[in-house]
Design a protein. Structure first.
Length: 113
């Protein structure tokens, strides 16, 4: 059996440097996100926000709005109508949500320091 002597191909130095820079930035970004998420307990903040604002969605009102949308947009799917109604509701409460997020994040920063 004939033995093959494989040689590694090494790209040009510029390619190596570009790849190293890209990898460094990517890994650093992930580590920063993990640190911030852990330090500020962002998962807990999200749960708190969901609990606070989940009452904004009245089931009957939601069902009526979805139905109205489907009547007015007969070629749209029910999934489209749900997306539109959810987006509109979030737009309506966006200012309140952002205000609450700001307060929660500021409190979390204070607690983390």
């Amino acid at each position: 059996m004939k033995q093959i002597n494989w040689k590694k191909v090494i790209p040009p130095e510029e390619t190596l440097k570009d790849k190293a820079d890209e990898l460094f930035k990517s890994v650093l970004e992930v580590r920063v996100d993990e640190f911030i998420n852990e330090r500020l307990k962002l998962d807990d903040l999200k749960v708190e926000l969901l609990e606070e604002f989940s009452g904004e969605f009245d089931e009957q009102e939601f069902t009526d709005e979805v139905g109205d949308y489907l009547i007015e947009n007969e070629f749209k799917t029910w999934e489209d109508s749900i997306q539109v109604v959810v987006d509109e509701k979030l737009d309506d409460i966006q200012e309140a949500v952002e205000s609450r997020i700001t307060k929660l994040v500021m409190a979390a920063i204070k607690e983390a320091t």
